[in-house]
Design a binder for this molecule. Sequence first.
Ligand code: ARG
Length: 467
Amino acid sequence: MSPNDNSKSSNAHWGGRFTGGPADIMEKINASIAFDRRLFLQDIAGSRAHADMLVAQDILTPEDGKAINEGLELISQEILAGNFSFSEKLEDIHMNIESRLKELIGEPAGRLHTARSRNDQVATDFRLWVRDSLDDIDKLLCKLQSVLIDNSEKYADLIMPGYTHLQTAQPITFGHHLLSYVEMFGRDRGRFSDCRKRLNESPLGAGALAGTTYPIDRQHTAKSLGFDRPMVNSLDAVSDRDFALEFLSSAAITMTHISRFSEEIILWCSDSFGFIELSDSFTTGSSMMPQKRNPDAAELSRAKSGRVFGNLMTLLSVMKALPLAYSKDMQEDKEPVFDSMDSLLLSLNAIIGMVDDLKPIPEAMYMAAQKGYPTATDLADWLVTSVGLPFREAHKVTGKIVKAAYDKNLSLEDFPLTEMQSIDRRITDDVISVLSIESSISRRTSEGGTAPENVLASAAIARKRYL
Ligand code: ARG
């Protein structure tokens, strides 16, 4: 058959003015059923709301409405049971369902599409799908915050090195570190919830682009589908995909958090750090090196961020030069969103599992926290508060002390007081009390600081705020 063969019959849903059928390649590039079948529940819900409204407005008879509803219920059961046969010839989920409805109930099926276009239909279905997904994501993010908060309380005073530039900076507690992610995921929830608020308007009733001449009631369908209100402008209603872009950009930011956390888990379980252990449940072996325990779930969660960033770029590129209103380009909106949702759910579940599973190795964290002069800032602060030096000068004096201690391969705590005094004679033995990492931590009680008492208080506040 040549690629331009049109000997087939025309499409039953829109082929009135056609004499021939589409070329194979036309059918292939046009079909979205392979992926948009995921919208079936939303499509059926949208059709039911539309049919009920048509009946309430005397556009359809109650008998037709009843037959449509019963047929759609049957179709929903068939799809859920895996007994529905999807056809590429019928392009998409909307026409697959309508065709089956025709087989089941006959003529009334043909009245369902009164005062509706696939343009407002797909916009409605997709909004409903993204809305359901946002609710699932929120539940998972909340669960993740919950395991993080539990662990932050458990490890409120577990000392570890804090880094900047991945160089030892100041000691912190593991609980404090975990709570920083509670905040990030809290902001993520805020972004998804903003997206949900803006998304929750109904495109249904916009028709193909210009509205309809039938006396429809858009408030009715908006209400029955749980939307806050109908979208104001019919052109905007069928051509807007901001909600998908907002979903993708929020998902991309969440994936950066997941990826950073994954990266830290990978570092922490490396032999060089050895700060935590993951159990057999969250590690894999190597086929060659028998000693290996690899943190594959963390690596894959880190990597999946790339797909989600790419998906955001895909949809931005699809949308950026489309004239109003609907163009078939917009059929390409679904796969990036579906793939991002799948990646996000997998990664979130994996991170929740790993946070629950990980076991800190306190000795290793403590040993690492002692390296690299982590209490140098405490010494400088002591010179400010106890000797009265300006901070810049205190910084300079401390730098000299650190260098002298480093040259002798000694920690600040082990560096003799007399030697410190030979660098600055105003130093007294009172300084010793601020040089240990324990004191460094317990004295950092400023709002949002790492002191264990702060961590416990912050965990309690987070529990109230987020869970
Ligand atoms: N499958 C289509 C999509 O996802 C449905 C809308 C088709 N509309 C049209 N005018 N051809 O965008």
